[in-house]
Design a protein around this ligand. Structure first.
Ligand code: GDP
Length: 460
């Protein structure tokens, strides 16, 4: 899950504050030391950490905390604000669309950063929002890069403009390749793609450019030439969140080299440290526009500094959760379920419906980090697999309507019947009933407080 080890370390840094009514300077310094270590271990840049902890110390020792009703929560809230600032609060903004289409988006970054994958996701996302994107293969360096983009484009249902070489004859006859193009010149391909987009009324053009394994002047010069030829509305620097300490140098080099306009964090789903990428906004002063969280087309999100900060601090990301849920959930049903949860009349039938909704939401794992206080349960939840959901469904389907409404009537002989009917053991039926009871309790608790992302996780 996203930045999970950082989250664990930060929660434990706050743990010691929890029980305290009033915080001494020593308490605060102890916590700040732990925060500093957690950030450095996560590969957040040293200068960024120093400035960050300095500001937290100053504010935590100031009047803000000493007068606070709950000093510990106040410290968490200061850390949240400062982390949000590091992640680019103040410079954050949505994707910039051109007044006169096509909007031109150029992708830059090291080889393997995730540019081609991102091109597909961004194309898919734009298409979903009613745009007519075109992907452009201007990475002519890496063998197969053009084919890879074509595969990605096909999956996303977004057309790909590519030079003739390496392109199927279907693409040429469909007008997606220009037979006259010099296949060796990415600048020409980029230029042609814009004319093509104008002609065919594509409203956004996403140009995938070549990367190298390391920073390289020739590569940078090529990216600059493409930039100068097409004058992009956005130059997005794609950075692998797993890159470690090199993130800062790489970001600075691309900032100087192509003067990018925004950042995309990729591979945010990785388990490793990931903190380096968190320094990028504050080091370059450029906003992070998106994060890429997996290999699937939909594993892609608009980046919000405050929400990411809440997630890292395990304060949950209720807003994103609600937005994603709204996209997929049947709203009426969700409202009813929420009402039932807070009334305590949420039955197994409702549970079954929710399970089916959860399935629709796609990868459950990516949701875990968004639920406040879930970090503590992450391990158990990550083990929850689809087969388990299948089994759960089968068990519930073997129950009578009365049993689903009121599971407390399910006695020993009913359990045996249900187990037999669903092809599981009585122990598995018992397990489900127990889990349901726990979940119902938890939902009842959360039902009353979902409006305000509280301090549930960090403060227990
Ligand atoms: P490019 O060289 O910058 O175009 O990078 P690619 O798009 O080819 O990505 C390099 C590798 O990283 C591929 O194996 C991708 O499947 C993988 N990848 C890209 N984005 C993500 C992501 O968000 N999460 C994960 N887990 N893998 C990713």
């Amino acid at each position: 899950a996203t930045f999970s080890s950082l989250t664990d370390r930060l929660s434990s840094a706050f743990k010691n504050l929890r029980s305290k009514g009033k915080l001494s300077e020593a308490d605060i310094d102890g916590t700040i030391r732990e925060i500093r270590r957690a950030l450095l271990d996560a590969d957040v840049a040293v200068d960024v950490v120093r400035a960050f902890t300095g500001r937290i110390r100053e504010r935590a020792l100031g009047a803000e905390v000493s007068d606070a009703l709950n000093p510990a929560q106040q410290v968490v809230s200061i850390v949240h604000e400062e982390l949000t600032a590091i992640l680019g609060a103040g410079v954050d903004r949505p994707l910039n669309f051109a007044k006169n289409p096509p909007t031109i988006i150029m992708l830059a970054g090291l080889q393997g950063a995730g540019k081609t994958t991102l091109a597909g996701k961004l194309g898919y996302w734009l298409k979903d929002a009613g745009h007519t994107p075109l992907l452009v293969a201007a990475d002519l360096q890496r063998p197969n890069a053009v084919t890879q983009l074509e595969v990605v484009g096909e999956r996303a249902g977004v057309p790909v403009f590519a030079p003739e070489r390496g392109v199927s004859s279907e693409a040429v006859s469909a007008g997606l390749a220009t037979p006259g193009t010099d296949a060796g010149d990415p600048v020409q391909v980029a230029r042609d793609s814009i004319d093509f987009a104008r002609q065919k009324m594509y409203d956004t053009v996403i140009i995938d450019t070549a990367g190298r394994l390391g920073i390289d002047e020739e590569l940078m010069a090529q990216a600059r030439s493409i930039r100068d030829a097409v004058q992009p509305d956005e130059i997005l620097f794609v950075i692998d969140a797993m890159i470690g300490q090199d993130a800062v140098t790489t970001a600075k080099a691309f900032d100087e080299g192509v003067d990018f306009t925004g950042v995309v964090l990729s591979k945010v789903d990785g388990d490793a440290r990931g903190g380096a990428a968190l320094s990028v906004a504050s080091v370059t002063g450029k906003p992070i526009l998106f994060s890429s969280t997996g290999e699937g087309l939909k594993d892609f999100e608009v980046f919000h500094p405050d929400r990411m900060s809440s997630r890292i601090l395990d304060m949950g990301d209720i807003l994103t959760l609600i937005e994603q849920a709204q996209k997929q959930f049947d709203e009426q049903q969700a409202r009813e379920a929420a009402a039932k949860m807070s009334e305590g009349t949420f039955g197994l039938d409702d549970f079954l419906e929710q399970l089916q909704q959860v399935r629709k939401l796609g990868s459950m794992k990516s949701l875990l980090g968004m639920i406040p206080g879930m970090a503590a349960h992450r391990k158990e939840l990550e083990q929850l697999d689809e087969r388990e959901i299948d089994r759960t469904e089968a068990i519930i389907r073997s129950m009578t309507p009365a049993e689903r409404r009121d599971p407390s009537i399910i006695n020993g002989s009913r359990r045996a019947r249900i187990a037999y009917g669903s092809g599981v053991t009585v122990t598995q039926v018992n397990g489900l009933l127990q889990r349901f009871e726990q979940a119902a309790k938890m939902m009842k608790r959360m039902g009353g407080s979902t409006g305000i992302p509280g301090f549930g996780g960090a403060m227990g």
